[in-house]
Design a protein around this ligand. Sequence first.
Ligand SMILES: [Zn+2]
Ligand SMILES: [Zn+2]
Length: 273
Amino acid sequence: MRVTVLGSGSRGNAILVEADGVRLLIDAGFSGKDLARRMAAVEVDPESVDALLITHDHGDHTRGMGIFARRFGTPLHLTPTTRRACQGLLRGDEKVTEYHSPSPFNLGPLLVEPFLTLHDAVDPVAVTVTDTLTGSKLGVATDLGRPTTSVRAALAACHILVLEANHDDALLWNGPYPWSVKQRIASSHGHLSNRAAAELADELYHPDLAGVVLAHLSDSCNEPAMAHAVVESSLGARSYRGLLDVADQDEPREPIEVEALRARLAPAQLSLL
Ligand SMILES: [Zn+2]
Ligand SMILES: [Zn+2]
């Protein structure tokens, strides 16, 4: 399984997952043109994308979905409620397949398991994606609100996590947003702080966790180095040796070869036995 965060933050989100020649794009929060530019940067032809899955109706996840689906003939996967909420982006000639959380479904070798979150969208879901050929499991855990017991259970045993680290608490409360926006972001229906991300990373840690990519960072209330440091100290206490990366708003990150990452960690784990 190969995972590429094409971009993540308050201004747009898109993650590409590939396994055995099947390509799944999770969210399309950039313009169609910008999505194509980002894919070109990692040498992926947009026409080769087999499915586009939308997690919820917020613009930073849906902006380019209609244009992308029409231009490249990509089948769209979204829940019926999110489909209704996104009518303005659709013309009716897209190939749409509705999915229902929490019913899992397959896209070639990829097993997609959606689950409900508390985020303040009309029908917010997060997903895990498992490569059934290798067993590698990705958890996309952004726009979480408060991570409920069922969300934490759904994210258990992931080998790679794209984990929301939206804001630093002090920067949020001292920052430029109106009071109501600050309250919304920090609420149980908003976004995870760096501290909350660190706690969730600690809870989700297991010896086969090979990669954590911090994502959905706020432009004005966070710094990549701050988010990295807070989660690094939390995972460091668990002797974590995997990748810890921070997603970028404007450019794709290096593709992550999940099995290679897992193999790199395996010898040390075996030597502990
Ligand atoms: Zn959202
Ligand atoms: Zn978002």
